[in-house]
Design a protein around this ligand. Structure first.
Ligand code: SAH
Length: 391
């Protein structure tokens, strides 16, 4: 179901004016700003909480500020919200928003509700430079990085839509994954700033344990994820360089031995954390029992879990999803080696919202391209401790 946008907010129209946007600014940047306005430093904190903990968009309504200051803020600044171009709801409850930012660039955001949690999947770039062969986003030309503000606007808009600006215990969005469009480690500075505001106790107040950053393997930036304290996922998809070079061309720059070395050295493993390896199941490409054994040898010694993601089809995709029996056999080998290897349940396929289906030029998927995945058995059903539980 697609509904046209009706909610272009007043703050969006103010993007066309000379006003400066405050949404996305850090505590320090806000402090500098209020000091420049000859205001006491605690005003920065009031604005920070208003934008990020309460979801406020109008300085007029920031009633703890003096009237004159509210007026001044209103004249000089605005709190940004992207325009919602369209919203879609899947038959399984997954929701997807197409957002448009001030310069016209568009990105998608996906919300996946589950019984025990709700996960928001954020985009970090418009388009992607990586061209992974099985990924729909890779067929779109790279447009640009998203700013910290634009990354956070994705959360704010979803919270507005879900009426989710309440107390942390009752939250509809409990988990965040940076698994939408783009490669977050090629936009590290803006992603890091957004994560700092996301996890600030007086900001969005998300637990670092419930935020996962996924990378295709930008090796030099992997240690930096450790400094942010969020969970790390690696899009692996192949257990040898020859195949990974083809599926994930970034592998030619950072081959498997370098990637695995960065994983072994990942500082947070000492804190009893695990790395999640994502592995998309492609029929007759990477799904053989021998490849499962090779995968196990590759990650041996790394505290890890392996998320097996049934391939999500898209128009013109050169691959098909592995059969259920093949995926189960693969999972069994990985599990036997001592790793959790949940087989993901695809979510939001009917609205092209599943992993790797995002692209900001709407294209319809032909029924014949869909592959059948049987529902998981009770044992395979993901649990809270499995972390990311969709594909
Ligand atoms: N660039 C980052 C962030 C994107 S995450 C990364 O590669 O990790 C998106 C996840 O979905 C990645 O694991 C990606 O490899 C996977 N994916 C991409 N296309 C897919 C598809 N068609 N079916 C299933 N998973 C896919």
């Amino acid at each position: 179901m697609v509904s046209p946008a009706t909610d272009i907010t007043p703050s969006y129209s103010s993007l066309l004016t000379e006003k400066k946007g405050l949404f996305g600014l850090s505590r320090e940047e806000l402090l500098e700003l209020v000091v420049g306005l000859k205001q006491p430093p605690y005003r920065a904190r009031q604005i920070f909480q208003y934008m990020y903990a309460r979801g406020g968009t109008s300085f007029q309504q920031l009633s703890s500020l003096p009237l004159a200051l509210r007026k001044e803020l209103d004249q000089k600044f605005y709190i940004a919200r992207a325009a919602v171009v369209s919203k879609e709801v899947s038959s399984d409850g997954t929701r997807k928003w197409l957002l448009q930012f001030a310069d016209g660039a568009k990105a998608e955001t996906v919300y996946i509700p589950e019984e025990s949690r709700g996960t928001l999947c954020l985009s970090s770039q418009v388009g992607c430079t990586l061209n992974c062969r099985f990924c729909h986003t890779g067929t779109q030309l790279f447009v640009r990085n998203l700013s910290a503000s634009e990354i956070l606007q994705q959360i704010a808009i979803t919270k507005d839509a879900l009426d989710d600006w309440q107390t942390p215990e009752k939250r509809k969005i409990s988990n965040i994954v940076l698994m939408g469009m783009g490669e977050p480690l090629y936009n590290f500075e803006q992603v890091a700033q957004a994560l700092t505001i996301m996890t600030d106790a007086e900001g969005f107040c998300f637990s670092r344990r419930k935020i996962t950053l996924s990378t295709a393997g930008v090796v030099p930036n992997i240690p930096l994820v450790g400094t942010l304290g969020v969970q790390l996922a690696i899009s692996l998809h192949a257990s040898n360089d020859a195949l990974r070079d083809k599926l994930v061309p970034l592998n030619r720059k950072y081959p498997l031995d370098e990637l695995m070395q960065a994983c072994r050295a990942y500082p947070r493993l000492k804190n009893a954390e695990r790395i999640t390896f994502e592995y998309v199941m492609l029929e007759d490409i990477n799904d053989s029992p021998q490849q499962a054994q090779e995968l196990v040898r590759l990650i041996r010694g790394i505290p890890a879990k392996v998320n097996l993601i049934p391939f999500n089809p898209w128009p013109g995709a050169p691959y098909r999803c592995s059969s259920s029996s093949r995926m189960r056999a693969f999972a069994a080998i990985v599990q036997k080696a001592g790793y959790a290897a949940p087989l993901r349940v695809p979510r939001g396929r009917d609205i092209m919202a599943a992993c790797g289906q995002l692209k900001t030029a709407s294209l319809r998927m032909r029924k014949s391209l869909q592959c059948k995945v049987e529902p998981p058995t009770e044992k395979e059903r993901p649990t809270e401790k499995d972390g990311v539980a969709f594909g």
